[in-house]
Ligand binder design. Sequence first.
Ligand code: HEC
Ligand code: HEC
Ligand code: HEC
Ligand code: HEC
Ligand code: HEC
Length: 208
Amino acid sequence: MPHKGNVTRHILVVAGSLLAIAVSALVATTASGKAQGTPQDTTAADTAYEAPEITDTASLAGPRQPIFFRHDVHAGQYLIDCQYCHVNVEISPKPGIPTVGSCLNCHLIVGTGIAEVDSVRAYEREGRVIEWVEVHDLAQFVHFPHQVHVNAEQEFEVVCEDCHGQVDRMAQIYQFAPLKMGWCLDCHEQKTEEFGKPVSTDCSVCHY
Ligand code: HEC
Ligand code: HEC
Ligand code: HEC
Ligand code: HEC
Ligand code: HEC
């Protein structure tokens, strides 16, 4: 986390973040959806996506969060890569949620005048943690190595959307897939059939 008062470092971090947005926008327009987490068929229309204004938050699917953090604004409109925030997604069995400090990489400057952004700054200023409500929560007796799926061999074609839906169009995140045993088995069987390379369905790979 950047040191308070170390202005030079803050400016560097902010510059880096703005660069990251520019770069990810560039990647998304030129690599036609190769970046993980963007739709397969990224078209010119997608890059011009504008997240809608939302007044009625009560009718949105998914649990209400302490801060109205919008994936459609960040990942959809501004094309910030999933990995930029979920940094451990390739290595961790539980990818995790970014810290308030990392929000401030951008929000030290970006979003001035938006009340919800001021609340984010207040958390950082007061040294408080944002207690995000967990959306996904598999039973303890299930072994789900998240990173194995993110890193699945290319021929298996597993992407974030398969399990989380089109997150970059969600104003508030919700559980998209049933997360039941049958759902896991269906995909493992389907991939085995499609690619002729087995994905295990042994009880012991998912249950200790
Ligand atoms: C700017 C940072 C940022 C970006 C970019 C981002 N996320 Fe998130 N993500 C968060 C934060 C903060 C939360 C926790 C708040 C919430 O659930 O809305 C979260 C929550 C989630 C969750 C729910 C976690 C749970 O509680 O089970 C999923 C799934 C997720 N993100 C997937 C994605 C995907 C897929 C992408 C890319 C399309 C993405 N995120 C891009 C910051 C980000
Ligand atoms: C094969 C399905 C699958 C794929 C592919 C997948 N996820 Fe997940 N993800 C899950 C499940 C299931 C959970 C809940 C895990 C748990 O409760 O232990 C989860 C949890 C998460 C969480 C919550 C992390 C936490 O620590 O609470 C985030 C964030 C997330 N996924 C982001 C992503 C991103 C970003 C991608 C693409 C790079 C992705 N996921 C790809 C199934 C998947
Ligand atoms: C890489 C840069 C970047 C990061 C990191 C980032 N944001 Fe943002 N965020 C933006 C941009 C760009 C906007 C749009 C600002 C605008 O409309 O003026 C935005 C808008 C917002 C808004 C207002 C959304 C609305 O209603 O229009 C909130 C709230 C917000 N961000 C919260 C967060 C939180 C919480 C985090 C950390 C988990 C975070 N942001 C991380 C770039 C970022
Ligand atoms: C969208 C498809 C998909 C879904 C849904 C899915 N998986 Fe997988 N899973 C895969 C693929 C593909 C692999 C193999 C990756 C590789 O070997 O490169 C895999 C591998 C695994 C492995 C490692 C197997 C081994 O031999 O070591 C475990 C454990 C696992 N998955 C558990 C689960 C659980 C538990 C769920 C449900 C909560 C689940 N998976 C849902 C596609 C999926
Ligand atoms: C690919 C992963 C995977 C494999 C393989 C798997 N399971 Fe499961 N199993 C799960 C998940 C995920 C749940 C949790 C479902 C829930 O929370 O509703 C579960 C739940 C269960 C439960 C609890 C009861 C229930 O339905 O919720 C039992 C018992 C069980 N599995 C037995 C088995 C047996 C026996 C095998 C081998 C024939 C097996 N499982 C193979 C993923 C798997």
